[in-house]
Write a protein that binds this ligand. Structure first.
Ligand code: PEP
Length: 238
């Protein structure tokens, strides 16, 4: 099982040209490296799937839980699949915080995306308040159990453990604490399910999550917009 290194570009960059430049540089840098690499750009850039040339896979950052219909602004799993993207991020904390996603809607999205043949990067993680209140494990267990409710085949599920307080803050979770959480999450999934770490990953801290915390990959936000930095992160996971 290869480590899975995922770039989440969020709502960046602002032009097709910049997107293509970053994408091309990542593809060149990732050539020959022994990791599975996925780039999740804004959906409008997903047409670029073909640029991966088998070295990089594409993923969407969100999906709706219905096949089609009157859902202005949304995209369906079938549309993502039709663009030959392979992955979709579901349940990112920014979607939960700003767009009202719940464990229940996340569960519906995961089911719909699996039905369409997509692979899932399912995000979970506690907030600073939940951590301070000693509720971290309770939150992680609830998110995993409801998010995966009714799903028996976990073959296409990858879990990204992203402490909310570590995302975009520069305050990455320690290797020791990540290891505890990865071990805790592992109780609820299959031995082969990949568990990724995400939250202020940079090339200087990335290797430890794979080598010492037992993570099977990384979900990288800000640092994935620099091809040079992202390629260093991929190398650290080899
Ligand atoms: C993310 O967006 O999932 C993320 C982990 O962001 P960052 O790496 O910028 O903290």
């Amino acid at each position: 099982m290869k480590n899975l290194i995922v770039a989440n570009w969020k709502m960046n960059p602002n032009s097709q040209k910049e997107a293509k430049d970053i994408f091309d540089a990542i593809r060149e840098g990732a050539r020959g490296l022994d990791a599975e690499v996925v780039v999740c750009p804004p959906a409008v850039y997903l047409y670029a799937s073909g640029f991966g040339q088998g070295i990089i896979s594409m993923g969407a950052q969100n999906v709706h839980f219905e096949d089609k219909g009157a859902f202005t602004g949304e995209i369906s799993a079938l549309m993502i699949k039709d663009l030959e993207a392979e992955y979709v991020i579901i349940g990112h904390s920014e979607r939960r915080k700003y767009f009202g996603e719940t464990d229940e809607s996340v569960n519906k999205k995961i089911k719909k995306a699996l039905e369409a043949g997509l692979k899932i990067i399912f995000c979970i993680g506690e907030t600073a308040e939940e951590r301070d209140a000693g509720k971290k494990n309770e939150v992680l267990e609830r998110q995993v159990k409801i998010g995966l409710f009714g799903i028996d085949n976990l073959e296409n599920i990858n879990i990204a453990y992203e402490p909310v307080w570590a995302i975009g803050t520069g305050n990455n979770c320690s290797v020791e604490e990540t290891k505890e959480s990865v071990n805790f999450i592992r109780k609820f999934v299959k031995p082969k399910t990949r568990i990724l770490y995400g939250g202020s990953v940079k090339s200087e801290n990335s290797g430890g999550y794979i080598k010492d915390a037992g993570a099977n990959g990384l979900l990288v936000g800000g640092a994935s917009l620099s091809a040079e930095e992202f390629v260093k992160i991929i190398k650290s996971a080899e």
